[in-house]
Design a protein around this ligand. Structure first.
Ligand code: ZN
Ligand code: ZN
Length: 598
């Protein structure tokens, strides 16, 4: 019996309603998905002029019989769906069977295919078979699409945007290669090879083939599990973050999907580790019982709703955050090495990592005397005995899942901005502002999140005057900040007065602190306490920390370094900039080529 069935017309129309083959990218996608469905282990995509002139997709899959080859070009033929209900249980990718006839109607297509028993060659123009013959019995299918859109007005548009088309196709093939590490993908355009994966099943190797060795070295395995979901993949160190959000790839049961909620979860988990406009390289496959998902099928994308989104969010957030915390995230000064992917793979965790629970309980060592628990007394903070004790406790309890930096000793400072320090592992350059900012940020965050706020009375009440507009924006939100200890009284025309303030207000800069808080309050559209605390902590930390060009004594540097190492995340400032850059002893030896003399 033929593999391809002719779908009933009403079903075909339902699907075809949204179906359009309107870009070269759609054509490549359809052909590649057919190749994947045919169980190919090698798929070669050869383009001329980004596919507008010619697209050739050659695979070594199971091929088609003569009958199937004919059926494939019949409108609404599909090998996968016969009933609408089936749409929701489709396990293959190219489920829109009418794609081939659609493609054939806007291009010149030829098909060379064999299932190993018979070989068929078809040539079509305007959707009709013009030539037919038998061909070789080499198993697999080669489809050539030429003069795409030759009979439609859109052709001209694509000829002008070849780079955009090529970028879209490359991104798509990259995602397929990441989704199917066991399939070899080769992508060429005008004789230039853009991708060639080995197809040996190793995901980290695919990451290397797409992003290069520096990125492959900086990937952390993800392996998370709860009752309903299982997540596997890799996430990058913050330092290799990119400006294009396409570097985040999510698969559900092996299929690439787009889900803005999950992207948000990922970015939130990386919050303060990477700058706002950057995205981590992350590839993950979520395994889930199809009962828990609702697939919204659209011809160009897959959108999925998860019915237990909360537990998924929690699992993913926890996994990413733990991973970031337990990894020493100091960017290394780039030293050109000849490291090969084989060496990286050897030093990397296995591609199929251990289940999550074993993973967090990894024999993590707390080095008590090496991670100092001193506290940095900035001009901004009055240290009270009790907070100090509390904080010591928290820092200690926090360390069980936390990577440690060995104690660093300051050597000096350059450009009154960068502290040079060393320890037995190497040399470090620390940005004094970024470091102080991180320390103060964590301190403010802690103070602001306290259940009860201690208040300090002011000898002279503080008053702030606003414009009409400002006052309106602030007034409606004043109630919300009361439980943070900021109690404002209205006092005449557009004026607010406070008579006491929380202890975390910057001493000597109370008015400026209040002003900053009011500025943040004005900008908030909808008030969320959590976001407000976060923004206030970042703003105050930046304003009140030592700046570049501020003089810092060597004793203060030591204090700064010690306090920084005790931070929950000592590696970036709250804006995501790095605080520390490291040159390991090995890096230094390599740069000075010392190994050559020994
Ligand atoms: Zn700053
Ligand atoms: Zn910053």
């Amino acid at each position: 019996m033929a593999n391809i069935k002719v779908m009933d017309a009403s079903l075909a129309n339902k699907i075809a309603a949204g179906e359009v083959v309107e870009r070269t990218m759609n054509v490549v996608k359809e052909l590649v998905e057919n190749s994947i469905d045919a169980k190919s282990t090698r798929i070669e995509i050869t383009l001329e002029d980004a596919g507008v002139k010619r697209i050739v997709v050659q695979d070594n899959g199971k091929g088609m019989s003569k009958e199937d080859a004919h059926l494939a070009f019949l409108r609404h033929a599909t090998s996968k769906i016969t009933q609408l209900e089936d749409l929701f249980h489709v396990t293959t990718l190219g489920f829109r069977g009418e794609a081939l006839p659609s493609i054939a109607s806007v291009s010149h297509v030829s098909l060379l295919t064999s299932d190993g028993k018979e070989g068929t060659f078809l040539k079509l123009e305007e959707g009709k078979i013009k030539e037919e013959s038998s061909s070789s019995l080499v198993r697999g299918t080669t489809i050539t699409v030429e003069q795409l859109f030759y009979n439609t007005p859109v052709r001209l548009k694509y000829l002008k945007n070849l780079y955009t088309e090529l970028a879209l196709i490359t991104d798509y093939i990259n995602k397929m290669a990441l989704s199917y590490p066991s399939i070899q993908f080769i992508l060429k355009n005008n004789d230039k090879q853009l991708l060639n994966t080995t197809g040996d099943g190793n995901l980290l190797k695919v990451i290397y083939e797409i992003y290069g060795i520096e990125v492959a070295k900086k990937m952390l395995p993800l392996a998370l599990e709860n009752e309903d979901y299982r997540i596997e993949g890799y996430m990058s160190y913050p330092e290799v973050a990119r400006t294009n959000r396409n570097v985040m790839t999510t698969l559900v049961n092996g299929r690439v999907i787009r889900n803005s909620v999950l992207n948000r979860v990922i970015l939130d988990a990386y919050h303060t580790y990477i700058p706002k406009d950057k995205f981590p390289i992350l590839i993950m496959n979520i395994e889930v019982d199809p009962i828990l998902i609702d697939i919204n099928i659209h011809p160009t994308k897959m959108d999925i709703k998860f019915s237990k989104m909360d537990t998924l969010k929690e699992l993913l957030t926890k996994g990413i955050v733990e991973n970031l915390k337990k990894t020493l995230l100091i960017p290394h000064a780039s030293v050109r090495t000849q490291e090969t992917i084989e060496e990286v793979l050897q030093n990397s965790p296995p591609p199929a990592p251990k289940p999550f629970l074993d993973f967090v309980e990894d024999n993590y060592e707390v080095k008590e005397n090496e991670t100092t628990q001193l506290h940095f007394e900035t001009e901004t903070m009055t240290n009270r005995q009790e907070t100090e004790e509390e904080e010591t406790e928290e820092v200690t309890s926090n360390q069980d899942a936390h990577a440690t930096i060995k104690r660093m000793f300051p050597v000096g400072v350059v450009h009154t901005t960068y502290i040079i320090a060393e320890n037995e592992e190497g040399m470090f350059i620390i940005d004094q502002h970024a470091a102080a900012e991180r320390i103060n940020y964590e301190k403010y965050l802690k103070e602001l999140s306290k259940e009860t706020t201690e208040l300090v009375p002011l000898l002279v009440p503080l008053s702030l005057e606003f414009s009409n507009e400002e006052y309106l924006l602030i007034k409606e939100k004043l109630d919300q900040i009361k439980d943070l200890g900021i109690i404002c009284e209205e006092f005449g025309q557009n004026t607010l007065v406070i008579r006491e303030h929380p202890t975390w207000f910057v001493e000597g800069k109370e008015k400026e602190t209040l002003q900053k808080i009011m500025e943040i309050l004005q900008r908030e559209d909808t008030f969320s306490k959590e976001k407000f605390i976060e923004k206030t902590a970042i703003t105050l930390a930046c304003r009140m920390s030592i700046k570049a060009n501020d003089y810092v004594s060597i004793e203060d540097m030591q204090y700064l370094l010690d306090t920084l190492t005790a931070c929950k995340n000592p590696f970036t400032c709250p804006h995501g900039r790095p605080t520390i850059i490291a040159y390991s002893k090995y890096d230094l030896e390599k740069m000075f080529k010392r190994s050559a003399e020994s």
